[in-house]
Design a protein around this ligand. Sequence first.
Ligand code: ADQ
Length: 505
Amino acid sequence: MPTLNPATEPIDTAPHTLPSNHRLVVVTNREPYELVQENNHYRLNMTTGGLVTALEPVLNTDSSTTAVQGLWISWEGATPLQPEQRTALEEHKGELPYTVATVPLTKKEITYYYNGFANDLLWPLFHYFVSQCNFTESRNWPNYVSANQKFADAVMANAQPGDWTWVHDYQLLLVPQLIREASPQHRIGFFNHIPFPSYELFRTLPYRRELLRGMLGSDLIGFHTRDYANHFLKCVAKLLPNEATVDMATSQVRTDGRVITVGAFPISLDVATLQQQASQPAMQAQAEALRANYERLGVSFLGIGVDRLDYTKGIIERLEALEAFFIKYPEFKRRVQFVQIAAPSRAKVGTYQTLRDDVEQTVGRINGRLAEGTWTPIQFFCRNFTKDELLPYFMAADFAMVTPIRDGMNLVAKEYCAIQQENRGALILSELAGAADELPEAFVVNPYSQHRMEEAIYNVLTLPSDEKQSRMAACREQVESRDIHYWVNSYLAAFQQAVVARQAV
Ligand code: ADQ
């Protein structure tokens, strides 16, 4: 079997419905919808984050031509539901275009499995932030194991013969093996949404072998980039030499009498739906009004940053690069407005509480230092925007700064390109985001280099517009041709091949 790398190689991407009467079972930690109370009634709101944004159209038979019938298994949410809320959830579930099943986690599991092992150890380690890692083992690991067991149990409790079970992300690394133990013939796919670190980093984890074995319960293991896939294969070769054989050429692992396929599948967006939303006259009018408001204040260039509030996203480094830019090029003061929109996230993890304070202080310090008249260089919104609120900013902005310190993929970069239908905007993109592999025509920067970021800002403001347009056109065409349907089609095609490969052994 050839090495799977749809980022660079053609692969069968004809729309892949699963065999008839078969079902896709998506398993994620985060619930796709949360219950929101408004006045006296409840409604369901889509949750913020890359994973839900990407997966929703796969199962959403209302919005997609390649959607498949499915079940979505996830936790119930960070706060256990009160009886009244549970009733409301049951009533509203029917509005979703797919079936959902929830996994109730105890407060202890949420503290130690989710906030602890997943978000205070795996997340920073997989993003190369070793100094942020909390290696406390005594409660975090047992709760990670028990929570993973609950997800595996939920899969088994809901299982039907035609299921293709697709487990997602670093919170659930043990689930594939736990399902395999309960049901050896189960079809199991896994996808990791964050980077997979190099061996030298991964080996620092106390439970590194258990985690690899957990993932190897799958038939197909997917990553965003070939580099992440190779890191994983090298970790298996180094850490499980007596129980697994790795073939780097075919990107396969043999263990436990099975073949496991490993591949790169760069995630993307439901581009057509996003473009359709952006082309609504009301949305266009909002974008124009937004621009006009800034222009009235003398602003010629609008820049944006849109992120979950996370230290991996490089928000402070970006703001400091803007500060350095205004000091070096004072002629752009008053003429450039930067808007940073950040969605609060993981507020129960200590590093995230201090991050919000740090960003607010940085914004205050920079504005205090540089503000002139009515102009403050940075506007900061710290809340969830709806897509209708967010899109006008994407449309109005002359440039976007997507400059994470490390990021598995980064969908904001692709969202910004997708809606530049006139190729107007410019994207400044970190080379340490997975998206940089696919978007080399963006203004690619090293997020650790303030100097490079300053120069990139200068370039996007001063280069001739035809050069910027041709670079954006290349980025947009890439995003359009490798959209979410391409991602799901290529993953499901490879999943079916991987199950055949496993059964052939
Ligand atoms: P995330 O780290 O959550 O996802 P990302 O891919 O950037 O990050 O997606 C964030 C999503 O949230 C985007 O759709 C964006 O528009 C939205 N968003 C951000 N700020 C918002 C705000 N203030 N209000 C409303 N919406 C907001 C993880 C990995 C990524 C990977 C995805 C998918 O960390 O690297 O791209 O999964 O695999």
